[in-house]
Design a binder for this molecule. Structure first.
Ligand SMILES: Cc1cc2nc3c(=O)[nH]c(=O)nc-3n(C[C@H](O)[C@H](O)[C@H](O)COP(=O)(O)OP(=O)(O)OC[C@H]3O[C@@H](n4cnc5c(N)ncnc54)[C@H](O)[C@@H]3O)c2cc1C
Ligand SMILES: NC(=O)c1ccc[n+]([C@@H]2O[C@H](COP(=O)([O-])OP(=O)(O)OC[C@H]3O[C@@H](n4cnc5c(N)ncnc54)[C@H](O)[C@@H]3O)[C@@H](O)[C@H]2O)c1
Length: 463
């Protein structure tokens, strides 16, 4: 229902969802389907980062790169092969199949089809349960949206650009330019060896780019088990990717058509430079202070029901928990139950799975050994290789299991790396989530010769 106040259009809803990425889109639709009056506010594209600039296009790139790598594995296993990489089909699939040329018409119609109201523009919390939306582009008047039950903040993150001298003045890439490029650069410097950095470095390298990756921590994927970073470093070296860990970029310049990155141990030149050094939230832009939150905080802190304050929920990357699409959507389900006042799932942080889609894949769930020890959890840890299947497949990888010690130990963390490691992670996620005792896992039958049989072999080492 719209009213006019101080020259601004005013509308009332039950819930206002700010940001329609995977989390906000899912929650807004489900609230509307439950019969609530919902406004979803979106500044860019309905669907958010994941389908247009992140998960989906990057996985299309990696799938294509994997096909090339398989082709290169034919000699010695199956004869001879010759593959001529062509970025054309990759760019075409991303443009036509994944993003509809970065057009959200279908998603917007799906959202509105549930009965929710899509409000295009940049929203800001301007009072208790009140959001003011500045329309996208020029023209149009601001709209004030009132939320009877409350506001859900689902505004995600933006790339965190490190304060490296010179960098801000250069035409560097973030994930957005990287996944929407029509052409593979001849050479590429990647800053950051987290999930974005390693995935995109490998995809471009397999399509012929000469890639240098600079990571300030001591190893790639520093949040994962050390064995994962070591495995990726070996794989990348074998594929011709230059990896520099434990070093910082001290200056970046761009002259003509080339970037130069100075590091503590040398200087690197490349046609393109990709910044993949993490993400940040901007709580001041969201107006979080208007509902009593600290706008300088790194994320919106939430309880087990995704509540951030009275009449305020937060879900997805803005909560600083996970930074994964499956977490944003899971948290949407938690907030849904809370807003509807129904029994439902609570936000559990102890069994969150994560998969980095490099080849080999790296999957993890729960705590790494280091994080368990830091938290003071007494642990038993076993590691095993891919056993028979790894040898047959000519593939490297590992399984690492972290069990909380005690009379009847349970896994509190596990990692799998290798072919299909993200799929092997499924059973490990179940084990951590459902607290399946190690004795039960040991008594299971593991099909021979699967990759997940490595879990059974590793468990034999756990006395
Ligand atoms: C290259 C890359 C690859 C990735 N791959 C994977 C993967 O394989 N698997 C995985 O699980 N995760 C992956 N991620 C992470 C995943 O993209 C995010 O976790 C996910 O998109 C978070 O969803 P969200 O709803 O919290 O926020 P977002 O997707 O960031 O959406 C937030 C939305 O809010 C809008 N918004 C922001 N501020 C306002 C405002 N003031 N008013 C109105 N609208 C606003 C934005 O325009 C955006 O549409 C990847 C990330 C990157 C960068
Ligand atoms: N497959 C997936 O699920 C997937 C894929 C991509 C991204 N994501 C998620 O998206 C988020 C963003 O990913 P990301 O890789 O950008 O962030 P990240 O925080 O995971 O990794 C950033 C890396 O950059 C390094 N770094 C920071 N400053 C640096 C500097 N000045 N020079 C060199 N290295 C520097 C950090 O040590 C870190 O290893 C993450 O939470 C990630 O989990 C998930």
């Amino acid at each position: 229902m719209g009213t006019e106040k101080e020259g601004k259009r005013k509308d009332e809803f039950d819930v206002v969802v700010l940001g329609l990425g995977p989390g906000g889109e899912d929650l807004g639709q489900r609230l509307a389907e439950a019969g609530l009056a919902v406004a979803g506010v979106e500044a860019e594209l309905v669907g958010g980062e994941c389908p247009y600039w992140a998960c989906v296009p990057s996985k299309m790139m990696l799938r294509a790169a994997e096909v090339l790598a398989e082709c290169r594995r034919v000699p010695g296993l199956a004869g001879t092969s010759h593959a001529q990489p062509d970025w054309g089909p990759v760019a075409r699939r991303i443009r036509e199949e994944a993003t509809d040329d970065w057009n959200d018409k279908v998603a917007a119609e799906r959202f509105a089809g549930t009965g929710a109201t899509l409000v295009r523009g940049r929203g800001r919390i301007t009072g208790d349960r009140e959001v003011t939306v500045e329309p996208s582009g020029s023209g149009g008047e601001a709209r004030v949206l009132r939320a009877r039950r409350g506001v859900v903040v689902a505004t995600g993150t933006v790339p965190a650009i490190p304060p490296v001298p010179g960098l801000a003045e250069t035409p560097y890439w973030t994930n957005r330019e990287a996944v929407s490029t029509d052409r593979v650069p001849e050479s590429l410097i990647v800053l950051g060896g987290g999930a974005v950095g390693v995935e995109l470095a490998q995809a471009f390298a397999r399509f012929g780019a000469e890639v240098t990756l600079v990571e300030s921590a001591e190893r790639l994927l520093p949040g994962e088990e050390p064995e994962a970073g070591e495995l990726l470093a070996r794989t990348f070296a074998a594929e011709g990717i230059t990896v520099r860990t434990g070093t910082k970029v001290t200056r970046v310049d761009h002259h003509g058509s080339a970037f130069t990155a100075m590091t503590e141990d040398g200087s690197y030149r490349a046609e393109r430079l990709l910044v993949a050094t993490g993400r940040r939230v901007d709580l001041a832009a969201v107006g979080a202070g208007a509902m009593g939150l600290d706008e300088s905080a790194k994320a919106i802190e939430v309880d087990d029901h995704m509540r951030a304050a009275d009449g305020l929920w937060a879900i997805g990357d803005v909560t600083g928990e996970g930074a994964f699409t499956h977490v944003a959507i899971y948290q949407a389900g938690v907030a849904l139950a809370d807003i509807l006042g129904e029994a439902g799932p609570v936000w559990r942080r102890d069994a969150v799975p994560r998969v980095t889609f490099t080849d080999p894949e790296v999957g993890g769930v729960g705590l790494t050994e280091a994080k368990a020890r830091q938290a003071g959890v007494p642990v038993r840890v076993v590691t095993g290789d891919l056993s028979g299947r790894g040898w047959i497949h000519q593939a490297e990888g590992f399984v690492k299991l972290v069990a909380e010690d005690g009379a009847d130990p349970v896994l509190v963390g596990a990692s799998a790396a290798g072919p299909y490691a993200g799929e092997v992670l499924g059973m490990l996620t179940l084990a951590v989530h459902a607290r399946v005792p190690v004795r039960e896992l040991k008594s299971m039958i593991y099909a021979y010769p699967t990759f997940h049989r490595a879990v059974g072999d590793a468990l034999k080492k756990m006395d």
